[in-house]
Design a protein around this ligand. Structure first.
Ligand code: HAM
Length: 423
């Protein structure tokens, strides 16, 4: 264990990366904010039983991937996903009485001990939305369309939407039985993981990555054989609404998702960008109509989704930003450094990004640094300039230089900034 190596599957982000993160996060808040989703912030650590009861025993997340620990005899888990915590908050604060149609959005890190690969990390970030109190297909369609609009707005290309219904509790149980009845005679051909899942969580066998399991699953019964009339009507209305909103989608009867709380609508957005390799799912979600009640609240239907932000960033190219206008102050000598500090304060107060080279150093090294920081203007001052109450202002883009009175510096640089920003 090397203390100066990051934990496997967890990444550092430096300012150049963070700038792009901030763009996609701001765009997310804007797009979902326009549809009525307000940001909620819940703790990163919850009691372990919350995830066991919601995400479910027999899921990969709960069985193998959770960062769990005991703290003073209490079992805690660092969140592997966002929905359970948001539902817990909704129930705990009885938000259903004041906000029966609550809509929440969240952004933040999630933790799963998966095998790291490109696009699959142990600390990753999600942006998600959860809508409570609406059981009809309208909100399903609106949410999927909003998600697609957002992904397109940030530049994701080649995206496809897969939808399915897993039915309400009755159909889900019937499907489970049908699947077990079909797979049981082939049990010996299943992978050892799937043999175990046959008793713990048979639906999970449908998204096994094992080729033998996949071959068997090809002819497994379809969930559409067991849906009841209300499930079927919900799904058909969702399809009709998506068509009306011009959202292309594919119906995938074997789509199941790795969390147990889902009922009825399930969806996944994939991106064909080759950079993603095998991790093509950039977002996923679905209905969880019974989770609020299971966690102690009133019967409240709900639906949500989460986007994997690392995957989204891999799949999109950042627009080329115009470099921001930046001033560099190169002071020669202790007196000039002191002046540079107050000058930098005045320039920043005028809204101009300013770096003062407080190391001092040679003029050559300071100008090299101004260049490497892509500064537009360098202000050079030494004792001679301070005595004469002037400074040399170098326009680094045009390679021109002028002498400016100290008292006029802020005005002069503000003018240069306006020209630089094309105003
Ligand atoms: P999920 O499908 O487990 O759903 O995760 C959503 C997205 O998070 C995935 O589509 C993927 O882009 C990203 N993701 C998941 N695991 C990783 C990982 N190890 N590394 C990088 N990205 C990852 C949920 O988490 C549900 N809570 C979504 C939801 C909200 N359903 C209803 N409401």
């Amino acid at each position: 264990m090397d203390p100066v190596h990051a934990v496997k599957g967890m990444n550092d982000l430096f300012p150049a990366d963070v700038a792009r993160w901030q763009q996609i996060e701001a765009m997310f808040r804007q797009v979902v904010g326009l549809a009525g989703y307000g940001e909620i912030r819940v703790p990163i650590v919850e009691h372990t039983p919350l995830y066991v009861r919601s995400v479910g025993e027999g899921t990969d997340i709960v069985d193998k991937e959770m960062y769990s620990f005991a703290f003073h005899d209490e079992a805690m888990t660092i969140r592997p996903e966002g929905t359970a915590g948001v539902v817990r908050a909704f129930v705990e604060h009885k938000m259903y009485s004041s906000e029966p149609l609550a809509r929440y959005a969240y952004l933040g890190p999630m933790f799963r001990g998966e095998r790291p690969a490109r696009g699959r990390y142990r600390q990753f970030h999600q942006a998600g939305c959860e809508a409570f109190g609406d059981g009809g297909p309208g909100i399903d369609a609106e949410m999927i369309a909003m998600l697609v609009d957002y992904l397109k707005a940030v530049g994701a290309e080649g995206i496809t939407v897969a939808i399915n219904s897993i039915g309400d509790r009755g159909a889900k149980a019937r499907y489970r039985d049908a699947l077990v009845a079909y797979l049981e005679p082939h049990k010996s051909k299943l992978s050892s993981d799937s043999q175990r899942r046959l008793t713990t969580n048979p639906l999970r066998i449908l998204d096994s990555k094992n080729p033998d399991d996949q071959a068997l699953v090809q002819d497994a019964p379809s969930v559409f054989d067991v849906l009841d009339d209300a499930d079927r009507a919900h799904f058909e209305q969702l399809e009709a609404m998506l068509r009306a909103m011009h959202v292309p989608f594919e119906c995938e009867p074997r789509l199941v998702r790795g969390l147990d709380y889902y009922t009825r609508t399930l969806f996944e957005v994939r991106c064909s960008n080759a950079e993603l390799g095998a991790q093509t799912a950039i977002a996923g979600g679905g209905r969880y109509d019974h989770l609020v009640e299971e966690l102690g609240g009133p019967d409240t239907p709900a639906i949500g989704f989460a986007i994997g932000l690392e995957r989204l960033l891999i799949a999109t190219r950042a627009p080329q930003d115009a470099k921001p206008f930046r001033v560099f102050i190169a002071p020669l000598g202790a007196r000039a450094i002191e002046y540079a500090l107050t000058l930098a304060q005045s320039l920043r107060a005028a809204g101009i990004a300013t770096i003062a080279d407080t190391r001092g150093g040679s003029m050559k090294s300071m100008l090299r640094r101004a260049d490497s920081l892509q500064s537009k203007v360098a202000i050079v001052l030494g004792d001679r300039e301070l005595d004469a109450r002037v400074a040399q202002v170098k326009d680094l883009a045009n390679h021109s230089q002028s002498e400016v009175a100290l008292d006029d510096l802020v005005i002069k640089v503000t003018e240069l900034a306006k020209v630089g920003q094309g105003e």
